[in-house]
Each structure stands twice: as C-alpha cells, then as structure tokens.
Design a protein around this ligand. Structure first.
Ligand code: TPP
Length: 200
C-alpha cells in the first residue's frame, strides 16, 4: 500500500469527515486522492497538525475529523498525543503514515522506532495497525474513537508534486466545508474565496 492508496481508503470510510494533513507526503497524498478537496493542508508547520486537529474536533463536536500525519511529523509533535489522551475527542481519528523516513527532505531514516500503537496503549487510547486498505476500513469502523491508526506503508511511491498551496484559499475552503452540512464536506468545492473575507 502506498500513501495515496492509504488516504483513498480513509476518504472512502469517512467520506463526511473534515480532513487535516501534515506537511509533506500526507498533504500531497490527500490532495492527489481527493482531487484537491476542501481540506486543511498544513504545508509548513511541522509538528502542529495533531494539535490543530484536536482543536477542530473540539470546536466541531458534531463532525468527524481525520488527521493524516507523517511519522516524522508525529515524532516532532509527539506531545500532542498526551493532549489527545487528556481531551479524548470522540470524533477524531488520527492516521499516521508510517514509512520510517523523512521522505520529502531527502529520505533520511527516522532513526528511532515509531512505536505509535505502543504509545497509544500506554496512554489508554485505542490504537491499531493497518497494512492494507481493508484493514484501514475495518479498524476505522470497529475501534473506539479517538483512535490512533498506524498505517504501515510498504510502498513509498511519491503521490506526485503538490502544486503551490495558497494558505488563504485553503483556509476559506476549509471554513466553508466545516460550516456546511455534513454530507457536503467532500462534495465539489467552491471555486475561490468568498467575496468578503472572514471577519475573525
Ligand atoms: C520545525 C521544522 N523542522 C524541520 C522541517 C523540515 N522538514 C519539512 S518536511 C520534513 C520531514 C517530514 O517527515 P514526515 O512527517 O515523515 O513526512 P514525509 O517527509 O515522509 O512526507 C522536515 C524535516 C520543518 N518544515 N519544520
């Protein structure tokens, strides 16, 4: 399973969810798998994606939220796993694309074991390992949320270049999706920013 196949499986099993992705492969794969849907792509702030996703899950308790994280990202933002265990938002699924490498900076090895499900276990969070698309679908449905899903990739195929991400447009699109009805989250996106910018 490669990153794009893994993200496609997540989109299929939670089509109504709000998606947040960390920089690098997670964002490229989410853009490729969803034809650049109205998701919150964090294109530079390494280590912050889980904290952001927890905030969204708290702010939108009626929506399901899926955070797609690189494994390097997860190490850098590891403290947020403790916040996850403390806050326990019941609408949040955390999917870690575990390939053992910092891929987009040149393919350096992480150099330490991820042990992500071991950490989940120690913190009293539901956790599971998925190595196939079927296992992603199964564990996303059967495990209690908040859940940490370690997706082990055996194919590191690059999802393709991620064209320039305009943060303002990403924010407007995501805000519109987050405010819309549940069924429309992953429907065709608005073509651009609203005529008037957000007031906050
Ligand atoms: C604070 C910070 N340190 C370092 C970087 C440089 N950097 C960008 S992506 C990346 C690797 C991310 O690794 P991972 O989350 O596994 O994603 P992958 O590269 O595998 O797609 C690094 C080190 C950064 N953007 N921010």
């Amino acid at each position: 399973m490669d990153p794009t196949q893994a993200v496609r499986a997540l989109l299929r099993v939670t089509p109504d969810a709000l998606f947040v992705s960390s920089l690098g492969t997670a964002t490229s794969a989410l853009r490729a798998a969803s034809d650049d849907g109205p998701h919150l792509y964090l294109s530079g702030s390494m280590g912050s994606a889980l904290a952001v996703a927890i905030g969204i899950a708290e702010k939108r308790p009626e929506r399901r939220v899926v955070a797609i994280l690189g494994d390097g990202e997860t190490l850098m933002g590891a403290g947020s796993l403790w916040s996850l265990a403390g806050i326990r938002p019941p609408n949040l699924l955390v999917a870690i694309l575990a390939d053992g490498y910092y891929s987009i900076t040149g393919g350096q090895r992480l150099g330490v074991p991820g042990v992500f499900t071991g950490v989940a276990d120690a913190l009293g969070l539901a956790g599971g390992v998925a190595q196939t698309e079927a296992e992603i679908a199964d564990k996303a449905v059967t495990l209690a949320w908040p859940v940490l899903l370690e997706i082990r990739l055996d194919d590191r195929s690059w999802p393709g270049p991620s064209p320039f991400v305009d943060p303002a447009v990403v924010r407007w699109r995501f805000e519109a999706a987050a405010s819309a009805g549940v069924s429309s989250t992953n429907a065709p996106r608005p073509s651009g920013p609203p005529a008037k910018g957000p007031s906050d």
